[in-house]
Design a protein around this ligand. Sequence first.
Ligand code: PMT
Length: 410
Amino acid sequence: MKIALGVSGGIAAYKAAEIARLLQDRGVRVQVVMTRSAQEFIRPLSFAALTGEKVITDLFSTGGETPNLDSAVEHISVAQSIHALVVVPATADILAKFAHGICDDFLTTLHLATTAPVIVAPAMNVNMWNHAATQQNLQTLRARGVHIVEPGSGYLACGMIGAGRLAANEAIVDAVMQVLEVKPGAAAERDLVGETILVTAGPTREKIDPVRYISNRSSGKMGYAIAEASAQRGARVLLVTGPATAKLPELANLEVTRVESTDEMRSAVLGLLPQATVVIKAAAVGDYHVKAIAEHKIKRGGPLTLELEPNPDILKEIAARKHNQIVIGFAAETQDLLANGRKKLESKSLDAIVINDVSRDGIGFDSDRNAVTILTRDGETVVAETSKCEVAHRILDQISPLRAHRPARA
Ligand code: PMT
């Protein structure tokens, strides 16, 4: 489920950050859209850090000299991708604009362009709330099916007492969840019900001695995003994770196995494999382990040589043992991306491979964003730089076409 969270310019704008977090905790993807005046109260960066998504602040991107076509039609793509437009806080101004169909910025344009349900949580001074114009605008919006989360009464930021205080967080979140659940077609997004998806994430650690190890920069974010998106789309998820730094998603249909070394990851994955209908291997698995792990801490001295032995290739073993499972691997590459990715697709007998350019700053290892090319035997899908959450969904979109080429599941 994805919503656009519109933030308009009122003193309660900071509360929208808490609403974003609470919705994310319930498995909702949040795309924040801010009006110009909202940015006087809270900075877009706060929302970007919280949601891991770009915050939309302008109708036209101001990054380059000329706005590009992508930014010019972004309101249409956002309008089509959301399950609800939620505005917190909704000022008297935004209610008036919505009621009169004005579209002079991204949020108001999105409001006209979307067919998704609209939920507004008004907050303003008591006299503005009681003003006949505001009440008439609310009437108009109600008549159009807009959900109004009524404000509470009490002490207002302007020093007055009365109606106009933003409703409690829980009331807003409950209203959103209620609307999302009754939305016709909502079930269409739960396209992975019946699948059991085995996801690996994070790095592995190969011990050198009791205090040292060899590892890599994987944070687990990519694998966790896949696990979370799979669970949101209705799959049962078996997540095998190395010692990652990212926050583990907390979802009911997610079962987590923690491992440390490649050997432990191999045992866990092969043990769970018979239950899986799909395997997605985003983990950055160590290719080598230390031949003789020192029993005691190695003392500092002259040059030290460690003898490394290759680890088993877990992905290759999965592909060799699979029955009817769809197996999707990753390829972390720094050069000849497509050629190297295609080689791994073939040599590991995969159904698809996600090629990740790990030489670029800001994507890949330990970042919130990514850009990948997904190769299948039928073609390639390029996913331009976006959030790892979005990349995860684009990877999961491959399951249904890959399944179509398969005999029915047992
Ligand atoms: O965790 P993040 O910080 O979010 O970073 C994400 C990522 C960059 C780690 C991820 O997007 C990624 O690219 N993962 C694959 C890393 C990797 O090990 O790539 P590889 O090209 O070395 O391995 C190819 C595939 O074989 C991978 O699916 C890997 O899980 C698997 N493999 C590798 C070695 C091994 N011994 N056994 C394996 O199963």
